[in-house]
Design a protein around this ligand. Structure first.
Ligand code: UDP
Ligand code: MN
Length: 296
């Protein structure tokens, strides 16, 4: 078991996880070397996490971007499925960023859940749409989220919830293991290897997937600000990190270790095929129609 007494000194989530009797699993890595739990099915009692977060008054902001053709292609399914599975029982506020507010589907939300729609400009390059999320998220945390929510979770829109994505995923600072990389040796991780980019790194702990990250609003604000700053410095220097915002996120997480890590159950790609260690899928990649979605 990784949730040693000493873990309590290192990070608050570890001590909470220990007190909620988080279990280990023999077949997968359930703890990082800095004592952050890696959350897999079978390790936790969902009721204990829900109870604790209700008692503490946790409330969650979910940010999602649906700009250009991504709105029609994904937003309805994303929101409908998140109503079924995302943080059920806790107060949730959706922050939907789009260039076409009038086209946001009218979805009936459960009690305790509400939606705010925020208009953003449509960048012509998809890479910029993706990267500029960092700026929009940090702005809305400052202007709104910090007054209303304890936690923030940021999502790509091209995915569908298919199982519980609950309060066990909440933490001070949360990152996700990329489904395509969690079993690969480190030399195959696709970090940015250009020394001229702010995202440059030779090696790291894991390859994190930028489709999901989260944490306390303060931490997500720090993360998004740092990534945005790196992105803008790169632009001034005429470089772009290999995987855009994801490269900057990986660099940030190397320097500021997440206090909780989500297993690929939290963002699985069924095209990978059967894997014995994936006992439940909580969120699935939706089909990617890059040809039609990304042509300006
Ligand atoms: N996005 C968008 N419109 C665009 C490009 C991107 O709304 O034209 C948003 C959307 O939320 C998307 C995310 O940015 O899920 C990241 O882009 P994408 O999913 O295409 O990246 P990938 O999953 O391939 O890394
Ligand atoms: Mn995506």
């Amino acid at each position: 078991k990784c949730h040693l007494e000493s873990a309590k000194m290192l990070n608050l989530d570890s001590s909470v996880d220990a007190s909620l009797n988080l279990q280990s699993r023999p077949d997968v890595l359930t703890c990082t070397y800095w004592k952050a739990a890696i959350i897999w099915e079978g390790m936790f009692d969902p009721r204990l996490y829900d109870e604790m977060h209700k008692m503490r008054g946790s409330s969650v902001a979910l940010t999602v971007f649906a700009v250009g053709r991504y709105l029609d292609a994904y937003l309805h399914t994303f929101l409908n499925s998140s109503e079924q599975h995302f943080m059920v029982g806790l107060p949730v506020t959706y922050y939907v960023f789009t260039d076409m507010p009038e086209k946001v589907p009218n979805i009936k939300l459960s009690p305790l859940r509400s939606m705010k729609v925020i208009k953003v400009e449509k960048n012509s390059r998809w890479q910029d749409v993706s990267m500029m999320r960092m700026k929009s998220i940090s702005d809305v945390i400052e202007s709104d989220i910090r007054h209303h929510c304890t936690h923030v979770f940021c999502f790509d829109v091209d995915q569908v919830f298919t199982g519980r994505f609950g309060s066990e995923a909440l933490g001070d600072s949360v990152a996700l293991l990329h489904a395509h990389y969690y079993r690969l040796p480190k030399h195959l991780y696709t970090y940015d290897r250009n020394p001229n980019s702010k995202a440059y790194m030779e090696t790291g702990d894991f390859y994190y997937h930028a489709a999901i990250f989260g944490g306390l609003w303060k931490n997500v604000k720090a993360l998004t600000e740092a990534c945005y700053q790196g992105i803008m410095e790169d632009k001034q220097n005429n470089v772009e990190a290999l995987w855009h915002d994801e490269s900057h996120l990986n660099k940030y997480m190397l320097l500021h270790k997440p206090s909780k890590v989500l297993s690929p159950e939290y963002c699985w790609d069924t095209s990978i095929g059967f894997r014995r260690d994936i006992q439940v899928t909580r969120l699935l990649w939706a089909p990617k129609y890059y040809d039609t979605l990304r042509t300006p």
